[in-house]
Design a protein around this ligand. Structure first.
Ligand code: FES
Length: 516
């Protein structure tokens, strides 16, 4: 009989990767400076690019809007793999064998780069080689897995098709990609950052880039009006901080997913796993205080469009209890990923006429490898070298199908949320909220967002997203306001956590004066 005694979720989210590391602090940019390259965003792509370019002798400035590694790179499941769910059969159908092979090779090279760097520089980051599995427990998916395995064979990807995996529950089929890896990304990236700083990279935190000036010289402009004059700008800020006429918000959508770090009664059998079908389940282990901790992830949904987000953690908890014998939940955290319409990342020149302005974004959920592949490509582009991946990942590509179809569906979805948010009936008032509770409320007859913090202070913001005017929704799992249209996220105080929005939500500061 299963043990159903209550096991609580941690009250607040915190990623194990971030919790188990200590971070150096860097100053804020307080004046205007010059460099060969200005990199915006200190996650895996930004830090790896800074490391690579500084090794080539270029002067580099790396800025981050918040703290380093506080975005998706600090909240990943940290699988280092070219097995990106079921993708290769689809890539062959949409783009042909040659392009699908290039996608695999770019990610395999990224994996090899990480492995070689860890080994050569002896980085203690729990880097462990393991096979990666996509499995199914559904009859419907057996044929899809068989087609994916055929794609592996076409592309000469080392793998296998099996019925049963080492997992402690039955599966109908699984495909294996051999010799993939997992690690703790934070010590790895802090090591690269330290090396980059030793090569002269200037690093600034709490420094938000808002635009790029073009002219005789290119300059990144910060929210405080300082400039970084440079020859190349590289945007690695998850959602690009520059749009121009690239319309990234219409060509990508954002998804949230959830992770639990759990101690289990059963021994973990090894391997990294992902379910082919929904609800997604991602399973791997890591080392925690000298023993194993199992990471159970999944429950993907479009940002701002989920059920109460705590329910996603509860679903993962139930899965851990059923299949691994849950003993304790040590950590819970979530991540946001950007997915392009054709599922290929955008890496390269943001517009055809601006070779000095580069972006890297849209890694689907595979930022450890694709973010590293991006850095390897960006290094070549900045140095003016050719790359066989340039065309495949070019942000100015336009594939009529399936990109266009997906774009139309996404933008219809945006229109639906734009209207629905304005028409909904509101029942809550701020007074009804308990401590640590948030909700959309009515203030002076209008929609507003209220959160009463654990100390009892009420924080009320205007829920109109500052990007294009959709209405944000309360995310109780993370205590944030999330936009269902293009995935912008704001803290309960209204600060921007994720773009495309650049301006904070309007704070309705004097709550006591509202006539509610
Ligand atoms: Fe575009 Fe909110 S993110 S309207």
């Amino acid at each position: 009989m299963q043990d159903e005694s209550p096991i609580d979720l941690p009250q607040f989210p915190e990623s194990y990767w971030r919790a188990s590391s200590s971070f150096p602090e860097f100053p804020k940019l307080t004046g205007s400076i010059e460099a060969d390259v200005a990199i915006v965003g200190a996650g895996i792509s930004g830090i790896t690019t800074a490391y690579l370019l500084s090794k080539q002798g270029l002067s580099v400035v790396l800025i981050e809007a918040g703290r380093i590694l506080s975005g998706t790179s600090g909240h990943t499941t940290a699988k280092v793999t070219a097995q990106h769910d079921l993708i290769y059969d689809e890539l062959i159908s949409n783009f042909g064998v040659e392009q699908a092979a290039l996608y695999y090779e770019a990610n395999w090279e990224a994996l090899s780069f990480i492995k070689q760097t860890v080994q050569e520089q002896q980085i203690a980051c729990d880097f462990t080689e393991e096979d990666a599995y996509v499995y199914t427990s559904s009859d419907e998916y057996i044929a899809k897995l068989a087609a994916e395995f055929k794609a592996y064979q076409n592309l000469h990807i080392p793998g296998a098709f099996v019925k049963q995996t080492p997992l402690p529950f039955p599966t109908k089929a699984a495909i294996i990609m051999k010799n993939q890896a997992r690690f703790n990304p934070i010590p790895y990236l802090l090591h690269l950052l330290e090396q980059a700083a030793a090569h002269g990279v200037q690093i600034f935190e709490n420094t938000t880039a808002i635009s790029v000036e073009k002219g005789d010289r290119t300059a990144v402009v910060t929210s405080e009006g300082h400039t970084i004059t440079c020859k190349h700008v590289v945007s690695c800020s998850h959602f690009p901080f520059i749009d121009g006429l690239s319309f990234y918000f219409a060509r990508m959508h954002s998804e949230r997913s959830y992770v639990l770090g759990v101690k289990t009664a059963q021994d973990y059998p090894g391997g990294m796993y992902l379910s082919a079908e929904d609800p997604k389940r991602s399973i791997r282990a890591t080392t925690y205080n000298g023993t194993k901790m199992v990471l159970i992830g999944g429950e993907n949904h479009k940002t701002g469009q989920g059920i109460c987000t705590i329910q996603h953690y509860e679903a993962l908890k139930q899965f851990a209890r059923e299949h691994f014998g849950l003993e304790r939940i040590c950590y819970r955290w979530s991540a946001q990923d950007l997915i392009t319409a054709d599922k290929l990342p955008f890496i390269g020149q943001t517009t055809a006429d601006s070779p000095q302005i580069l972006v890297a974004t849209g890694y689907k959920k595979w930022g450890m490898t694709t973010g590293t592949a991006a850095a390897l490509l960006l290094e070549r582009l900045v140095l003016g070298k050719e790359s066989r991946y340039r065309e495949l990942f070019s942000p100015v590509r336009f594939h009529l199908d399936p990109s266009l179809k997906t774009m139309i569906v996404q933008n219809a979805d945006v229109a639906k949320h734009l209207v629905a948010g304005k028409l909904e009936l509101l029942h809550h008032t701020p007074e009804e909220l308990a401590n640590d509770e948030g909700a959309v409320v009515k203030v002076n007859g209008s929609r507003a967002g209220a959160y009463r913090d654990p100390q009892g202070t009420l924080h009320i913001v205007d829920t109109t997203c500052t990007h294009m005017g959709c209405e944000v929704e309360w995310n109780h799992g993370e205590r944030t306001w999330d936009c269902p249209c293009h995935g912008s996220r704001f803290s309960y105080k209204g600060e921007v956590l994720e773009g495309p929005a650049k301006r904070p939500l309007k704070v309705l500061t004097n709550s006591s004066s509202f006539n509610v």
